[in-house]
Design a protein around this ligand. Structure first.
Ligand SMILES: NC(=O)c1ccc[n+]([C@@H]2O[C@H](COP(=O)([O-])OP(=O)(O)OC[C@H]3O[C@@H](n4cnc5c(N)ncnc54)[C@H](OP(=O)(O)O)[C@@H]3O)[C@@H](O)[C@H]2O)c1
Length: 285
């Protein structure tokens, strides 16, 4: 985007990072459309949004008809910046996760942003400009125990955006993948765990890293100290990134996320060195 004021569409703008990004974009003079599944609730929890000129749109990106609704919205509003933010985390062992639970996770974290992106592209291409921002996660590049489903949804949607960034660069469209670490939002209070196990894990995972992850994540009444991320500061960096030259695809946010990214890069490098002789022995003579 240029320095001109534009129109932003933010999914899941009622709470957490979406709420902060919506306020920062409004403060910067942009027009903002925010989606929520429940406008009366959003009005109650984020009253500043309408008061500052934000426009609510009742829409659930996880519904199969969301593409049509988003398409109508992009016809009505000339959107310059799309922020795919709506999402939740499913935490549970791979073995304990039902196919239905995995599909539900994919509907919002993978198909939701994909529907929105596909609906906006014809309009952004016609304009020859646009910015597509994905709120992914540190879990979008490192898959920890108990986070298989959540990471699968974020890895998969990051792959789509990595490919997309190269496909649309010549159309004047930019893509940014934001990877937050642990930020102080109501995110933890919405974590879902395998419903067939009351404790959130089956007997076999008692005393394992899965139990630690499940019990340390779900139903948290207060935000733990190790959640160091400030959503308002994240919002400032994201809005600023749209006016920069943006010579990167991924933007980790939070020092915990930088450490996780470094850990993963080290693991990838070690795997590569350990397997290089085998890998290079398989080319045809
Ligand atoms: N907070 C963190 O530590 C953290 C870390 C890494 C990544 N993230 C990512 O940041 C994004 C925003 O999370 P947040 O921390 O701001 O959490 P949040 O406060 O819970 O906000 C999530 C938003 O997504 C919408 N949403 C939640 N579940 C949904 C569902 N099943 N279907 C449709 N919409 C749904 C909600 O909108 P309505 O209820 O109004 O529809 C809500 O506004 C997510 O994609 C998350 O994966 C967060």
């Amino acid at each position: 985007m240029s320095n001109d004021k534009g129109t932003w569409l933010i999914t899941g703008a009622s709470s957490g990072l979406g709420k902060s990004i919506s306020l920062e974009a409004l403060r910067s003079g942009h027009k903002v459309i925010g989606t929520t599944r429940d406008i009366p609730n959003a009005e109650a929890t984020h009253a500043e949004f309408s008061a500052k000129g934000g426009i609510w749109l009742e829409l659930d990106p996880s519904n199969k008809d969301a593409y049509d609704h988003f398409s109508k919205c992009f016809q009505k509003y000339s959107v310059d910046v799309l922020v795919n933010n709506a999402g939740y985390a499913f935490i549970g062992a791979v073995e304990d996760t039902s196919e239905e639970e995995l599909r539900d996770q994919m509907e919002i974290n993978f198909y939701g942003p994909l529907r929105t992106v596909r609906a906006c592209l014809p309009f952004m291409r016609a304009k020859g400009s646009g910015h597509i921002i994905l709120i992914s996660s540190g879990a979008g590049f490192i898959a920890r125990p108990g986070r298989g489903a959540y990471s699968a949804s974020k890895f998969a949607i990051e792959a789509i955006h990595e490919s997309l960034a190269q496909e649309v660069t010549n159309f004047g469209i930019k893509v940014l993948i934001v990877e937050p670490g642990a930020f102080r939002t109501p995110f933890s209070s919405r974590i879902i765990t395998p419903k067939q196990f009351e404790a959130g894990f089956s007997e076999g995972y008692k005393g394992t890293l899965v139990e630690n992850m499940v019990t340390g994540s779900r139903g948290l009444k207060t935000i733990p100290d190790y959640f160091r991320g400030d959503p308002d500061k994240a919002a400032r960096e994201i809005v600023k990134a749209t006016t920069s030259e943006q010579k990167y695809l991924r933007m980790p946010l939070g020092s915990d996320c930088v450490a996780a990214l470094e850990l993963k890069l080290g693991i990838l490098q070690a795997d590569l060195e350990a397997t290089r002789p085998m890998a290079t022995a398989t080319d045809i003579d």
